[in-house]
Design a binder for this molecule. Structure first.
Ligand code: SF4
Length: 363
């Protein structure tokens, strides 16, 4: 029984210099062939569906024309009545026809990739929209009846100070979204930003990180957006069910190039090559994949790493049979990084600042 489905759309009008996802350009002809291949992969899945969430991400899924989006939506398995169907949308790509197709196709939640409400920062990030355009798109989506809207933001940009970040957050919260994701900029290998850091052309902004982290919580809490994962805030009941499924170790299927699937102890990743994906789907009816076994150790590490990032924390039972971690747990509590809450271990505000290194201390 599969409850969660992800589709990867690899096209972007222009690849942003900090992006490490599998993405590339591609005209209408390529998109049409890709959509046919994707539909084949959806239809070829020999599983029993009990779909609770669908997430179409990328890349820029909103680049697809209305007919191409509808072709995918019509091929999807039925989503349960209270299901969540998220579409990632780039503000520079929205048209009336597309919005109509998204609504008709069953999209219930839109994640708007705004990243910043300051134009110089959008330029630095290589984005194609302006702050005004992002606000306008947000209002259009609301007016069209999309009630469940997420705004994606990035902080810790080069030369960004706490006041700049505050300005972006103030504009974001004035729009009253019911979900907001605030990610710290990271410099991933094989990206132009990473190379610029290596040559000294960009200096990573660690200076006001703690202040920005605290400002985020302060400003978002004013409009009742509560942190439920280190980078994610929502009104109560508006948390992303799809992402919560990943974080809690549920099974899911992923279709499209580079998409990952996990069913029990098996994980497989479609090769990140769109042309090879199309060829393989059309000739063999199955994509090329790389397989991996999720051993008990990998499963445990993932539960600790992802669980610590969430409001619910990590169940104490995860440590019950592993007494060797008791000393680490005690030390983290003494340092003020970890606390007990009911049957779980959760990070303190101080611990959230160094979540990844805390998880590493158990490995
Ligand atoms: S729009 Fe998003 S997915 Fe596309 S290149 Fe930029 S950051 Fe990456």
């Amino acid at each position: 029984m599969v409850e969660h489905l992800y589709l990867h759309i690899p096209f972007c009008a222009k690849v942003c210099p900090y992006c490490s996802f599998y993405v590339h350009g591609g005209g209408v002809g390529k998109q049409e062939r890709f959509v046919e291949a994707l539909v084949r992969e959806i239809q070829a899945a020999k599983v029993t569906w009990n779909l609770k969430t669908i997430f179409i991400g990328g890349g820029t899924p909103s680049m697809l024309s209305a007919p191409l989006f509808s072709r995918i939506a019509e091929a999807l398995p039925a989503l349960g009545g209270v299901g969540e169907f998220t579409l990632e949308v780039n503000p520079a790509t929205v048209t009336d026809k597309k919005v109509e197709a998204w609504k008709k196709g069953g999209v219930t939640r839109i994640s708007l990739g705004v990243q910043s409400f300051r134009d110089p920062e959008l330029k630095l990030l290589g984005r194609q929209h302006s702050s005004n355009q992002a606000c306008q798109t947000y209002h259009e989506l609301r007016d069209y009846g999309f009630k469940n809207l997420n705004i994606d933001l990035i902080f810790g940009l080069p030369d960004q100070n706490a006041d700049h970040w505050r300005e972006t957050l103030e504009i974001a919260t004035s729009l009253l979204p019911n979900h907001l994701s605030a990610y710290q900029l990271t410099y991933e290998e094989d990206t132009p930003f990473f190379e610029k850091v290596s040559t000294g052309a960009i200096v990573p902004n660690e200076f006001q990180r703690q202040e920005m982290f605290e400002i985020t919580e302060e400003i978002l809490n004013r409009v009742d957006l509560q942190r439920y994962e280190i980078s994610n805030f929502a009104l109560l009941g508006n948390e992303s069910k799809h992402n919560q499924a990943y974080w809690s170790g549920k099974n899911y299927l992923g279709f499209g190039p580079s998409a990952v699937s996990t069913i029990d102890s098996s994980r497989w990743t479609n090769f990140p090559d769109t042309e090879a994906y199309i060829q393989s789907m059309m000739s063999l009816g199955v994509p090329q994949r790389e397989r991996e076994e999720i051993t008990a150790e990998i499963f445990w590490k993932e539960r600790v790493m992802l669980g610590l990032r969430t409001r619910e924390g990590v169940a104490k039972t995860l440590f019950n049979s592993l007494p060797e971690h008791l000393i680490t747990l005690e030390k983290l509590v003494e340092e003020g990084h970890l606390q007990e809450r009911g049957d779980s271990w959760v990070l303190t505000a101080q611990g959230q600042l160094v979540a990844d290194s805390i998880a590493q201390s158990f490995f």
